[in-house]
Ligand binder design. Structure first.
Ligand code: SF4
Length: 388
């Protein structure tokens, strides 16, 4: 597919990975400025026995660039209207569930609930562009959020440069837009219909947003959809390309793993904890200044173990239903009511099922127990405060 950018071609490094041995892993761990070559080696089977050493180096680098801090944020789903048919998503247009969007009053109530929890960074989400949740609606919600929160990021549908300018003027700080997979063929299979089927448009979207003046870009792949190593190499290259072009921009990377959702999609390329840990640590070595993000899709034990070991930014107390914070039933520590079993009705109403249901207080206590400091606004290390 020759219309795709040249940097998506990682075949030579994929070959290197197959041929890697212990001496290559030693060299990668000792590299002064690890890059794509080293990343391929560190993700090879030969590097599996070196995970502990890799983790120690990743932790040291994380401390050097972020101290002992973990930046916290929470997602707020504004709308579950969607015109796309992503096979892995509970909001896909063929899922039978009530569709709704938050009214301005409801947005205010949700923001107040999140503010009450002490959060300063918020991520506003919608499905694909629909008449119910269009650019004007997102801008209105951003304005409401920007009046209260230090950092307002959006994870919505791809927009034009002009539309991103409107979003920046409304007060948006950055965007999160995961490519899901950088494998164009696999992408075509799992994005069954709708605007999100346009692979190249999605690939070019973060650059459009940064060109328009947004300062932060969150990239990621949905682990489980395609070969995770190839996706990781391309994710790294995407980040490097954006850093080269928009050098004052703050980049973050995330590695969500597929979770149960209403459509019952199962991961064809399941990623286990050991590989995910190695992936996070290897990317920390190659991108020492980027925020690496871990969401509540992951289990508490894994999240606690990776906090500060590569990971520098985490979501907390997340609800993946539209709204869900204001008047939500919580346990004594402010987390989800964990006595509730996963029910079909709850799964139907959410984009996916979260794994870590701890509230802010309980999660912060767990971080402090590991001598980490939860912070509610911590982009300064990676956000250099300028344009292109
Ligand atoms: S992933 Fe996004 S675009 Fe795809 S179905 Fe879900 S909400 Fe819609």
């Amino acid at each position: 597919m020759n219309f795709l950018p040249e940097w998506l071609d990682v075949a030579p490094w994929r070959e290197r990975l197959r041929a890697s041995g212990p001496e290559d892993v030693e060299a990668a761990l000792a590299a002064e400025r690890p890059g794509l070559r080293e990343l391929a080696v560190l993700l090879s089977p030969a590097a599996a026995p070196y995970t502990e050493r890799l983790a120690q180096q990743a932790q040291a680098l994380t401390r050097r660039h972020f101290g002992r801090t973990i930046a916290l944020y929470a997602p707020l789903y504004l709308s579950n209207h969607c015109a796309s048919g992503c096979a892995y998503c509970g909001f896909a247009s063929d899922r039978s569930q009530p569709r709704r969007k938050l009214s301005p009053d409801e947005v205010e109530a949700e923001l107040a609930a999140l503010k009450h929890m002490g959060l300063e960074e918020i991520l506003l989400l919608t499905g694909e562009r629909t008449p119910e949740a269009d650019v004007g609606y997102v801008c209105d919600c951003v304005r409401l959020a920007a009046a209260q929160f230090a950092l307002v990021n959006v994870e919505v549908f791809p927009m034009s440069v002009d539309e991103y300018r409107q979003l920046a003027e409304a007060g948006a700080t950055g965007l999160t837009l995961y490519q899901e997979t950088y494998d164009a063929e696999r992408y075509a299979e799992v994005h069954r219909w709708g605007p999100k089927k346009d692979f190249l448009n999605r690939l070019e979207t973060p650059a459009r947003a940064l060109e328009a003046g947004l300062r932060l870009a969150g990239l990621g792949v949905l682990l489980g959809l395609a070969d995770p190593v190839t996706d990781a190499l391309r994710l790294y290259r995407h980040a490097v390309e954006l850093e080269k072009r928009f050098w004052r921009t703050g980049i973050s990377l995330a590695f969500p793993r597929l979770r149960p959702e209403a459509g019952g999609y199962h991961a064809d390329f399941a990623v286990d904890d050991a590989f995910l840990a190695r992936l996070i640590c290897a990317l920390r070595l190659c991108l020492p200044e980027a925020h690496l993000t871990l969401s509540t899709r992951e289990a508490p034990r894994f999240r606690d173990g990776m906090a500060g070991v590569g990971i520098s930014r985490m979501s907390v107390a997340s609800r993946t239903t539209v709204g869900g914070y204001d008047q939500a039933p919580t346990d004594e520590a402010g987390g989800f009511d964990t006595t509730m079993e996963l029910s079909a009705s709850r799964l139907t109403a959410s984009q996916f099922e979260v794994n870590d249901r701890r509230g802010v207080e309980e999660f912060c206590a767990a971080l402090r127990a590991r001598s980490l400091e939860p912070v509610f606004k911590n982009w300064d290390a990676v956000y250099r405060g300028g344009g292109t």
